[in-house]
Design a protein. Structure first.
Length: 553
């Protein structure tokens, strides 16, 4: 009988992980923003962390979490085995076995929450510190948001992110980011568990949720208050759709593959002859050969001919992703290449018309186990064994590019855009150095390693939060799709299709707005909300006394 109950419990936990995953875009299944709340409720109810005392309980809790994570990985990250095959040459069945093992690391913040609850039970409850049920629920919710945002994760998809499905009705995003919606999700979760366990209806949780939703629908986004368009940036995004086989061959120097890549990008860039384009954009690592920015900055002689053909025939500025090999620093055989975005312009001098490299950005947040390893001094000897890992050098500068129309932009590469703290730091560094807020964010990406799966949709979906939080339009340029322009209210331009070679011409409307509150204070803004609301709960508990937590049960 006990085994049957355990099987039912584990099946429910697996379902909980799957429901959490279905709060985000899926290639075949529908997604609903409230499903992560249901999934988390199933998880935390079955973990029973208030009874976290003995080693036996800890073992059961860890097993329960792993089963939940397995459901989350198999439904939400089912594309990992495909990537392991494409990127790491790991084939069936080993790619699926390794993909399933991601359940061990996919939610590291919950392991830390378990540790927090253990410390809570051992030290705080033991000392009979007086808390009531709403206080504990709100503290639990805040701790989870804290852990979500400060525990490193490979592909952060927090419960608040699923609320993007309510866009453009997310008026609190420029003030409190996605964090406030995660706080709502966790608060509802713990309130439901209290209702189930203690038959207590948490009016505070209901009030907090209603207030956040009302403000989300009624507070106007700062971007939308400006009816006047300051300027327009006409861009052409060139989705080359270079498959992994051709891409790898071209990077190894195969002459036919190189010709195919260059012809494909050049034909798409100039497909309609001379166009009134301000900025031509190629995706991440579009140019397969090593470039040397230090030489290109000295002389246009070192600028590839295909770049000159694009710029001189289109009369546009040009942004392209590629590999930059350093000449003056680093080990000549290790970590001397950067994943880079290069910005070129046409230059007219006394000697004639040429092309100049004006600036470049070196990627800072490298993908673990794809672009480097987190093992410090062990990385160099490991690089001789793990030849599929690129071991890029890490950038350190925060450049701000400017077009010929004096429109400014910066270029986070690939999954850098998923981390609000990184984008916030970049924006603040730009503000400090240049005294202005960037007009546009251009995200160069290559999602070809994930195939026809849900990953490109998830990557795009999560990227939209940066437009909302910082009130900056985003041009998302990918190699194989999905490419589009995201506006600061969460709306989106026409999309390119997955795995099709095409261009997307779009006029990006530049509406200059002030720095958002979220950019100024980041997590500090949600910490202030926590202090205010916990104070309200504490004051109200003096007037109306909710049930106390039983410290001796």
């Amino acid at each position: 009988m006990k085994n049957v109950e355990n099987i039912k419990k584990y099946l429910l936990l697996f379902l909980g992980g799957a429901l959490y995953a279905l709060g985000f875009p899926h290639s075949t299944l529908p997604s609903l923003f409230f499903l992560p709340i249901i999934g988390l409720t199933i998880l935390f109810y079955n973990l029973d962390l208030d009874e976290l005392r003995s080693k036996n309980n800890i073992k059961k809790i860890i097993i329960s979490l792993l089963i939940y994570n397995l459901g989350y990985v198999l439904i939400g990250y089912y594309w990992i085995p495909y990537t392991l095959k494409e990127f790491g040459n790991i084939y069936l069945p080993f790619n699926y076995i390794l993909g399933s093992l991601f359940a061990l690391i996919i939610n590291p913040q919950i392991y830390f929450f378990i540790a927090f609850k253990w410390a809570w039970n051992k030290y705080i409850r033991k000392n009979d510190i007086d808390f009531n049920i709403p206080q504990v629920a709100f503290i639990n919710a805040f701790i989870m948001v804290l852990l979500d945002n400060f525990i490193p994760q490979q592909f952060p998809a927090h419960p608040g992110h699923a609320f993007l499905q309510l866009a453009p009705h997310l008026g609190l995003a420029p003030y409190l980011g996605s964090l406030v919606y995660s706080l709502v999700a966790y608060y509802i979760c713990f309130a439901i568990i209290n209702f189930k366990n203690k038959k207590y209806i948490d009016a505070y949780a209901i009030s907090f949720t209603v207030i956040v939703l009302i403000l989300s629908f009624t507070v106007k986004l700062p971007y939308l208050k400006h009816s006047k368009v300051d300027q327009t940036l006409k861009i052409r995004m060139v989705q080359g759709n270079i498959g992994n086989f051709i891409k790898i061959l071209s990077e190894k120097g195969d002459a036919n593959a190189l010709r195919n890549v260059y012809k494909n990008f050049l034909d798409l860039s100039l497909k309609d002859g001379k166009e009134n384009i301000d900025l031509m954009i190629w995706p991440e690592t579009a140019y397969p050969e090593l470039l040397k920015s230090e030489l290109m900055e000295k002389s246009s002689y070192y600028v590839p001919q295909v770049f000159k053909d694009v710029i001189l025939n289109s009369n546009a500025d040009f942004l392209v992703g590629g590999y930059d090999k350093t000449l003056s620093t680093g080990d000549v055989n290790f970590m001397n290449e950067y994943n880079t975005s290069f910005f070129f312009k046409k230059e007219v001098t006394k000697l004639g018309t040429g092309v100049k490299l004006f600036d470049k950005y070196h990627k800072m947040k490298l993908i673990p186990f794809g672009e480097g390893l987190p093992f410090g001094p062990l990385n160099k000897p490991l690089s001789k064994i793990l030849t599929n890992v690129s071991f890029f050098a890490q950038g350190s500068l925060y450049p701000l590019f400017k077009t010929k129309k004096d429109i400014s932009f910066f270029t986070p590469i690939c999954y850098e855009i998923l981390f609000y703290d990184f984008i916030r730091k970049y924006n603040n560094e730009v503000l400090k150095e240049y005294g202005e807020k960037p007009d546009v964010m251009i995200n160069l990406t290559n999602d070809s390693w994930y195939g026809m799966t849900s990953e490109p949709y998830q990557h795009l979906f999560l990227s939209k939060w940066r437009a909302l939080e910082f009130q900056i339009p985003i041009a998302r340029m990918t190699n194989t799709g999905i490419s589009s322009v995201i506006y600061p209210d969460g709306s989106e331009s026409k999309r390119t299709k997955l795995f099709e070679a095409e261009t997307l011409d779009h006029e990006v409307k530049i509406k200059r707005t002030a720095v958002t509150l979220f950019q100024e204070f980041g997590f500090g803004s949600i910490f202030l909300i926590f202090l205010i609301y916990i104070s309200i709960i504490s004051i109200m508990s003096i007037i109306y006394r909710p049930p106390k937590v039983d410290l001796h049960e």
